[in-house]
Design a protein around this ligand. Structure first.
Ligand code: PRP
Length: 175
């Protein structure tokens, strides 16, 4: 397998993560009940970095869904595998995703989390493939818009490989 080609460097990611964390910290400065909900598995590195750079009180939850039907492309069908463990009623919720592709997963997650009656639900994603959007879903805090390429690293995988690369790289799935 050939090495992924760097699309977004480690330095660019870390700079953007800090900017997002500063913006989130400012926007929620009056809140002492922000809950970051990481979407397994892909968000685990982004969540860890952004959570540690916030300067406001925050707690961490995880949620797990299954969205890719055939291992490479989203089918649009989303299934809840694991809901949040803690009580988020009356709290501010920020969903943390690694990637928004068709948008089905994020839209589904907003619905699931809203059913727990939080005070608010907002969204944060490291990358978005705008041209792949199939449903309209708002990303309140976005790292980068990217093209329709297969990206790996910084949490993103291809068949579970390359999640721990410090940068985001492009591969050809046939490699
Ligand atoms: C990815 C990503 C999002 C979803 C986005 O997860 O983390 O949850 O796909 O796709 P969509 O916008 O087309 O719905 P994936 O199913 O690859 O699982 P993983 O995070 O465990 O790798």
């Amino acid at each position: 397998m050939t090495l992924p080609v760097v699309l977004i460097s480690e330095e660019e990611i870390q700079t953007r993560v800090l900017e997002l964390a500063e913006q989130i910290s400012a926007d929620y400065s009056d809140s002492d009940d922000l809950v970051l909900v990481g979407v397994l598995k892909g968000s685990f590195i982004f969540l860890a970095d952004i959570a540690r750079r916030l300067t406001i009180p925050r707690t961490i939850e995880f949620i797990a869904v299954s969205s890719y039907g055939n291992g490479s492309r989203s089918t649009g069908a989303v299934r809840l595998l694991m809901d949040v463990r803690g009580n988020i009623e009356g709290k501010h919720v920020l969903i943390v995703e690694d990637i928004v592709d068709t948008g089905h997963t994020l839209k589904y997650l907003i619905g699931i989390l809203e059913s727990h009656r939080p005070t608010s639900v907002k969204t944060c994603a490291l990358v978005r493939k705008a041209e792949r959007a199939e449903v309209e879903v708002n990303v309140d805090y976005l790292g980068f818009d990217i093209g329709d390429e297969w990206v790996v690293g910084y949490g993103l995988d291809y068949a579970e490989r390359n999640r721990t690369l410090p940068y985001i790289g492009v591969i050809s799935p046939d490699d």
